[in-house]
Every structure is written in structure tokens, then in C-alpha cells.
Design a protein around this ligand. Structure first.
Ligand code: PFF
Length: 441
């Protein structure tokens, strides 16, 4: 029997898993939702959500992968005889498939903007803002960048765990950290907006926080840590025996959080220095920043879009690996066949999201495939898979397995606190996200 692929080193695993967590969610989405929901108070709630929902579920997912040595669907099958729990794995694999199909479109825009940044942003503010609309609404361009980005992701995953995912995470993640460090230093020390940005992110003003903001923080904690779609189960399944799972999960969550906060500092210091609009939604990165980059120049704009692309690529490969590993484990396909066929299929479905004009009537209005896939996965699929995963690990699997997977030496003082949080607090918090997603609260 073939032995399962393994990470070469613990550092390689930490970089790959943090690479999965740190993505468009950190650099693109976190700053604009923080802006939208009022800054510091939102950040505080978000940090609490990482602690009581994100971290406990990440530990649970890594445990399932590490114990079963299987991809998500096989993982649930291996740890309990009831078929019911496999649903969580199935939802995860389907969600990973759908998410990658539209994630690749935004990643493609980000690559397109590396070139635009190189050339320099020119013209009036309106003209610079219009460039984004032109790109988004041009099916040929969007599909071309989607093709290049999916090609890169497939090229990495086809090489396997050590020679593909781990090798590239070891290159891209340090690159990402260096660029972000440079941009943050620029923001804090070389713009007049640095202090204001730090105040905006860290000085809580609870009068600006809405219940909508709290729910958004909960949902984002899921997405940013790559939970609910089997990514951490899959990456956990390539771990060797000697690993301290809680320690690894804490390291990954801290890295993800710090990187999101630094991205916030870098972006808001530029926004405040040049008087841009804070709560500008998804257009913050592709519309507001380029207008400001016109004043600042290429030495900031080019690294910025490189950063965004690196972040997107290390996340995309984890999404692809979730689906590919299912076909390798359960259908016994070769890695080459699985990566080419599945990557190709995701690429084709992605074309639906690349064409802005193609709309479908969904929940009473005409919406693009991009918006529909995003809505269904983020609001329904991830939280439901996360809820099932937390119940499975907290209540269903054997106590001996749970304890051993948490800490082989059986001495950790964090076991009981974790167990109580994931038994009682995490599922209730996730239930609230789900009910909100269904419009029930
Ligand atoms: N965590 C990624 C981000 O913040 O952009 C998104 C993501 C990647 C979600 C991989 C899920 C996943 F499996």
C-alpha cells in the first residue's frame, strides 16, 4: 500500500496552513468590513470570535485530519460508524470547489493590477476608478486572468505536498510577510495617517457597532481561518505523529490575525493620509487605493498587489487540495489526473463568475453567479459544516481519541477549557450565524 504524503517539516506545515488562512480575506475583506462597521469595536469583537469560535474549531479540524490521515469525507467516515457526519465532509468539499471558482476571479484581478501598478495609475480619479469597472465587466480580460491564476494553482498542486504546496508556501509566505512589513513601516513612519490608522483599528467606539457587525465578525472569523471546508482537515492529514495540535492552531490563528491587522494599518494609513473614503466596501482595494497610489508611486503599489496575489495563491492551493485529495483518497485517482480534471472543472465553473452580465434570479433579485456562490458558501455551507464539525469532535468521537489528539502527554491544562468551549459556546455562536444566514434573526 502506498504511504500517505507527509509534510517535510513542521515549519513547512505551519507556513502552508497559515498560507491557507492568510488570503484575500485578510488583505481585501478584513480592512473594508472593519471600515464599514466602524473600526476598533468591530476589531475587538472579531478577536473574541477568533478565540471562541475560530481557534476551537481549527483544533477540531486538525484533530480529525491527524487522527484519520484522510481527506474530509474519509476523515469523518474513519472516526465514526454513523454515516450522518460525513455530510460535514461533503459540504466542505463542495464549498471548497465553489469558493475556488470565484476566489480565482478576484485573484485574477489582483494579478491584473500588478501590471496596472507597474504602468502607473494615470488620469483623473474617475478614470482610475473606471479601470476597475472596465476590467470587471470585460469577460475576455476577467477570463484571461482567471485562466492564468488557475493555471498557477494547478501547477503547484499537481506537484504534491512537499514538492508543490510546501515548497511554494516556503517561498510565498516569507515574501508576503516581508512586503507587508515594508508597507506597514511605510504607513506608520512615512505617512501622516499612521497614528490615525492605529487609533481607528484599536480604539473601540461601541456606539458604532451594530448587531450586523457582530454577525459579520463571526462569519469572517470562519472564512479567514479557512474553516468549515475541510482545508485544515486535509492539511492535518499530512501531519506526522509528533505534533502539538493546539500549539499549531494557536500559531496559525495568531499569524492570520496579525497579518490582517497589519494589512489594516498599511491600508488605512494610506487612506487617511490622502483623504480617501474609509467605508468604501469591496472597492477599497481596486478603486480607492489606486487613486491614492497615483500620488504615492509604484514603490508602494506594485508590492501591494504582489502581496495580494501571494496571499490569494497560497489560499487557492489549499482549496484545490481539499477537492483533489478527496478523489485521490476515495476514488483512487492519481494526483495528476485528479488535479487536472478537478482543477479544469473548477476553472470552467469559474467562468460563470467571471462574466458579470450572466445573472440568475436568486432570492427575489437578479444576481451574478459570483454573488450567489459567495452568498451560499459563506452564509450557509461553511457555518453548517463548522457546526457539525464542532459537535462531532466535542460530543461524538471517543473521549480517549479526543484527549490524545489534543495532547498525547495528557498534561495540558488547556484541554478542559477547550472541551467546554467547543461543547457549549462554539456551537451556540455558530448556530446564531446560521439562523442569521437564513434570515431568522
Ligand atoms: N482563509 C482564506 C482567506 O482569508 O482569504 C480563504 C479560504 C482559503 C477559505 C481556503 C477556506 C479555505 F479552505
Amino acid at each position: 500500500m502506498e504511504t500517505r504524503a507527509k509534510w517535510g517539516t513542521k515549519l513547512g506545515f505551519i507556513l502552508a496552513a497559515s498560507g491557507s488562512a492568510v488570503g484575500l480575506g485578510n488583505i481585501w475583506k478584513f480592512p473594508y468590513i472593519t471600515g464599514h462597521y466602524g473600526g476598533g469595536a468591530f476589531v475587538l469583537v472579531y478577536l473574541a470570535c477568533i478565540l471562541i469560535v475560530g481557534l476551537p474549531i481549527m483544533i477540531a479540524e486538525l484533530m480529525i485530519g491527524h487522527k484519520s490521515q484522510k481527506s474530509p469525507i474519509g476523515g469523518f467516515k474513519a472516526l465514526h460508524k454513523s454515516k450522518f457526519w460525513v455530510i460535514a465532509g461533503v459540504i466542505g468539499v463542495v464549498a471548497a470547489f465553489l469558493i475556488l471558482s470565484f476566489y480565482s476571479i478576484v485573484a485574477g484581478w489582483s494579478m491584473a493590477y500588478i501590471l496596472k501598478a507597474f504602468a502607473g495609475f494615470k488620469g483623473s480619479s474617475e478614470e482610475i476608478v473606471a479601470q476597475f469597472k472596465n476590467l470587471k465587466e470585460d469577460p475576455f480580460l476577467s477570463i484571461m486572468w482567471h485562466t492564468i491564476f488557475m493555471g498557477l494553482s494547478i501547477g503547484i498542486v499537481i506537484k504534491g505536498i512537499q514538492k508543490g504546496i510546501e515548497k511554494w508556501s516556503k517561498i510565498l509566505m516569507p515574501g508576503l510577510v516581508l512586503i507587508l512589513l515594508g508597507l506597514s513601516i511605510y504607513g506608520i513612519f512615512f505617512t501622516s495617517g499612521g497614528i490615525k490608522a492605529i487609533e481607528f483599528l484599536f480604539k473601540p467606539d461601541f456606539s458604532k457597532l451594530s448587531s450586523e457587525g457582530v454577525l459579520s465578525a463571526l462569519g469572517h472569523a470562519f472564512f479567514t481561518l479557512s474553516l468549515g471546508m475541510g482545508a485544515m482537515i486535509t492539511y492535518g492529514s499530512y501531519l506526522k505523529k509528533d505534533i502539538n495540535i493546539p500549539k499549531a492552531a494557536i500559531t496559525i490563528s495568531i499569524l492570520d490575525t496579525i497579518i490582517a491587522l497589519f494589512a489594516g494599518i498599511a491600508i488605512f494609513s494610506i487612506v487617511f493620509e490622502y483623504g480617501g473614503e474609509v467605508a468604501s466596501g469591496p472597492g477599497l482595494i481596486f478603486e480607492t487605493l489606486p487613486v491614492l497610489f497615483k500620488e504615492i508611486g509604484q514603490f508602494v503599489s506594485v508590492p501591494f498587489f504582489l502581496l495580494l496575489t501571494f496571499a490569494a495563491l497560497t489560499s487557492a492551493i489549499s482549496l484545490l487540495e481539499v477537492v483533489v485529495s478527496y478523489f485521490i483518497d476515495e476514488k483512487k485517482w492519481s494526483r495528476v489526473k485528479a488535479t487536472l480534471l478537478i482543477g479544469g472543472l473548477i476553472y470552467i465553473i469559474g467562468i460563470l463568475s467571471a462574466v458579470d452580465e450572466w445573472k440568475l434570479s436568486f432570492m427575489g433579485k437578479d444576481q451574478s453567479f459570483f454573488d450567489i456562490f459567495d452568498f451560499i458558501t459563506t452564509n450557509y455551507m461553511l457555518p453548517v459544516a463548522g457546526l457539525l464539525t464542532s459537535i462531532f469532535v466535542a460530543w461524538i468521537i471517543n473521549e480517549k481519541i479526543r484527549k490524545e489528539e489534543f495532547d498525547v502527554s495528557n498534561k495540558s491544562k488547556f484541554y478542559l477549557p477547550w472541551k467546554y468551549i467547543i461543547r457549549y459556546i462554539t456551537p451556540i455562536a455558530v448556530m446564531i450565524i446560521i439562523l442569521h444566514g437564513f434570515g431568522l434573526i
